[in-house]
Design a protein around this ligand. Structure first.
Ligand code: E4P
Length: 219
């Protein structure tokens, strides 16, 4: 399973990259705003800064909701760097944009997916990735991981190449559950990735190994 980090924070992206497990980055307009990145030029150069850190795909979201606007923005975004994947919302015009970009060989990530039907449409339109938001579904007492499983089944039934990118991941158990059901990618915060490496028995065991080593080498 690929690990993407879901942030526009350069420090966190660098940290995840240095950990050696980072396969890409996803951003959205809210994450950009959270970092205080506003205005088209600043946003475009921030995407470039992200691409300069990571080796994998970087999702950059359009903010137009009409087809022409999405095409214009998407074509501009892919000029920034070959790592850019155009993130398109799951709306009617977005489906048309997915088809347009897929015919042009431009990679896309269809975002704001909350149902299997939406994921089926996105795959038929040629999306490279679909992003079902599992955390936001869990927030409303709906089974986010169940949706990932359902989409994977549908894609396998017909051999769709669209990758299932589990988004809105909030904690380490989400990551483990995504891996159990076979999500192609998960995107989440650095804290959830780092939480995977923690275990109290590891800390206790290491403390004892180091203490025993120190005893044997203290002369
Ligand atoms: C997807 O790519 C989105 O950026 C993201 O995962 C949404 O997560 P949130 O529900 O934590 O805002």
């Amino acid at each position: 399973m690929k690990f993407f980090i879901d942030t526009a924070n350069l420090k966190e992206i660098k940290e995840a990259h240095e950990l050696g497990v980072l396969d890409g980055v996803t951003t959205n307009p809210s994450l950009m705003a959270k970092e205080g990145i506003t205005g088209k030029d600043n946003i475009l150069s921030h995407y470039k800064a992200i691409c300069d850190i990571v080796d994998g795909d970087v999702s950059a979201e359009v903010v137009s909701v009409d087809l022409e606007g999405m095409i214009r923005e998407g074509e501009e975004l892919v000029e920034i760097d070959s790592k850019i994947v155009v993130k398109i919302p799951m709306i009617k015009e977005g489906v048309k944009a997915l088809k347009y970009f897929s015919q042009k060989g431009i990679r896309t990530n269809c975002t704001l997916i909350f149902s299997a039907g939406q994921a089926l449409l996105a795959a038929k339109a040629g999306a490279t990735y679909v992003s079902p938001f599992i955390g936001r579904l869990d927030d409303i007492s709906t089974d986010g991981i169940g949706l990932i499983e359902q989409i994977l089944t549908i894609y396998r039934n017909y051999g769709y190449e669209t990758q299932v990118l589990a988004a809105s991941v909030r904690h380490p158990m989400h990551i483990i559950q995504c891996a159990e059901v076979g999500a192609d990618v998960m995107t989440g915060p650095l804290s959830a990735m780092e939480a995977l490496l923690k275990h109290p028995l590891t800390d206790i065991g290491l403390e004892k190994f180091l203490a025993d080593y120190a005893k044997g080498n203290s002369k």
